[in-house]
Design a protein around this ligand. Structure first.
Ligand code: HEC
Ligand code: HEC
Length: 274
């Protein structure tokens, strides 16, 4: 079966309206393309390379990058004392720059819960256990800001998640999730992001979904920053399947799969996407 000609795709585009052009915004070989080459590693391309030059320019320039507002908020939160233990993140961790590298290794196996823990959950664990403060809600400004800050201090480092040892069964589950057909359109993640990157689906140019180093990111459509799990929910809805909860085991497992597909690509938090 060639390309997107699945049962689901016909429903997505309407029969006869498979508006798939095999050209992207990329102009390989131009000086611009070479300058962007840090976003292509071992043949893996970041979603950055599937963005329009205007969106790329917004990401590249910290003054234009709306996501930087969340980095600033995160910096304020870092030294804010909260909770019964009377501590801030800084009280224990010192300068946030000491967190450089941490972002690239999550999700990872957590011996305590015997499942994976991602970066948002790691932050919240420090809130509840170390600070005796309330966990931040998923997609709250606070959790997004802190996650963005932790990502930001790892900017340009290569993603480096581990999938062996005790993480392996969770990686396998995440991979199975990625390949599993679902929803009224009966499509898997892989039908769009592995089989069809570089093609248009409506007005969107499909990327390889190698967004491991990109989230939280500023989405023009959202007019704000959002987590990777928010994006998953949107992708589930596109095929008319019931989304899972942000922070669910299913999403953390598939997050590890995606981050593994992004290993070697640089952290680009806060990225900007359409
Ligand atoms: C009372 C001390 C304490 C406070 C306060 C604290 N942490 Fe932690 N944090 C730790 C300890 C200890 C570890 C590592 C050991 C463990 O718990 O697994 C850790 C680990 C982490 C990690 C994982 C680092 C890595 O390399 O994997 C992150 C991220 C983190 N903390 C973020 C935060 C943030 C954000 C805050 C504030 C909201 C915070 N911590 C507050 C003690 C603290
Ligand atoms: C019907 C096609 C389709 C399916 C199926 C689909 N997505 Fe997407 N996805 C998109 C489009 C369109 C975008 C935005 C453009 C892009 O980056 O590909 C996107 C973006 C993403 C991104 C962000 C990429 C970036 O760099 O910004 C991630 C991560 C992602 N999808 C994960 C998933 C996961 C996980 C699944 C399965 C649960 C899934 N997608 C299923 C169409 C799809």
């Amino acid at each position: 079966m060639g390309g997107l000609a699945g049962k689901g795709m016909l429903a997505v585009f309407g029969a006869g309206a498979l508006a798939l052009a095999a050209t992207g915004w990329m102009a390989a070989g131009t000086p611009e393309a070479q300058a962007k080459s840090k976003y292509e590693v071992d043949g893996k391309k970041s979603g950055y390379l599937y963005s329009t030059p205007e969106t790329q320019a917004m990401q590249d320039d910290d003054f234009m990058n709306q996501g930087m507002l969340w980095v600033e908020r995160g910096q304020k939160l870092w030294s804010q004392v909260e909770g019964a233990a009377g501590k801030s993140c800084q009280s224990c961790h010192g300068d946030v720059e000491k967190m450089r590298g941490a972002y690239t290794t999550y999700p990872k196996y957590d011996p305590k819960t015997k499942k994976l823990i991602n970066i948002e959950q790691r932050i919240n664990r420090c809130r509840t256990e170390q600070m005796k403060a309330k966990a931040w809600k998923w997609e709250s400004d606070e959790l997004l800001s802190m996650t963005t800050l932790i990502g930001y201090v790892s900017r340009d480092l290569p993603m480096n998640v581990k999938i062996d040892g005790p993480a392996k069964p969770f990686f396998e589950k995440g991979k199975a999730f990625y390949y599993q057909r679902r929803g009224q359109l009966d499509m898997a993640c892989k039908h769009c992001h592995i089989d069809n990157p570089g093609k248009f689906i409506r007005a969107d140019l499909l990327s390889e979904g190698r967004a491991g180093g990109a989230f939280p990111l500023y989405r023009l459509k959202w007019q704000k920053l959002g987590s990777m799990h928010r994006r998953f929910r949107g992708c589930n809805r596109q095929v008319r399947s019931e989304p899972y909860k942000a922070g669910s085991d299913e999403y953390v497992n598939v997050e590890l799969y995606i981050k593994w597909r992004s290993n070697g690509l640089p952290v680009e938090v806060p990225a900007v996407r359409r």
